[in-house]
Design a protein. Sequence first.
Length: 142
Amino acid sequence: MNNTSTLINQLINGNAQLSNEQHDQLLTEDRLIYAALLRLPHLLPETAMAIIQRLLAVTEIAPGQRVSEKQRKQEDSLITEILPHLPVLNVLQGFLSLVERRVNNQRTSSWMRAYIYKKVNFVCFKLISQHVKRLKRVWAYL
């Protein structure tokens, strides 16, 4: 836990970017605190999207023990709060990464569909048109 406290303190001070192993460690040790990291003011968009990806992809707290409905709602509330403030391209790349990793759950596809449909505007269309080939896989996933 000491290592976890150190990582969280570094993130709070804006002095760290987490490795994949550190993300996994924090998610495993305390999923709710991990989700709450989304509220940190100095969090990089890449780190925020990595947190969101893991929250959507990992559906069990332990083998055979699914994340509770209450906890999913708390996480969804945090995601709803932060997602509109992330750069569109980061979010689209994050969702595309979930598709490429074959994360296939109802929650993930609902988030992807809701985000893409809400962001349909000229700027988003321009970004999407630049990445049409890769994003066709996202649309097929939905």
